[in-house]
Design a protein around this ligand. Sequence first.
Ligand code: PAN
Ligand code: ZN
Length: 173
Amino acid sequence: MAPTIASLVTPGPILDGVGHSIRHVSEMRDYFADSASVDAIVGAGDREVYAFWEIEYQGLGNGLSYGMTTVQPGKVGREFHMTKGHYHTTEGDEIYICLEGQGVVILRNRAGDVKECEMRPGLLIYIDAGWGHRTVNTGTTPLVFVSVWAPGIEHDYETVRREGYPSILDAEE
Ligand code: PAN
Ligand code: ZN
């Protein structure tokens, strides 16, 4: 799903910062544990795990950046489809608002404490600065959510890749 932007703000400086990214299984080799399953999926033609839009605020003043993510249902090995996950390198909070589907946001701080928040339509998840976040689709339909964050945040994926990060395994083989 793509966001439809209905704005009272001059669109120029905001739309300049729009990004659209699609993450396939092939780009997530470092994130899924079962490399044989990754190879099998990529060999069969690869597939999308998730896609997201980002609208980075580039105007004057204290604006907001926001985006929309769709995580497709599915598993790689026993792990449910998920985002790469990241930490924010600068202090700055974020909210997620779930629109469709079912899943979990896994929060982890740099001390290694982990919390899980349910995602279902209508739930709002507040992500405090300092907590990494990864979103997992545990359902059978696309998981769609809106995110809003403080402008100027840099996304740190390297720590997740280096240290690893919790995921959700299906109970069934
Ligand atoms: C979100 C995420 C989006 C994609 O907009 O960037 O869901 O997940 P990854 O960034 O982990 O690939 C967000 O948390 N922004 O700060
Ligand atoms: Zn974030």
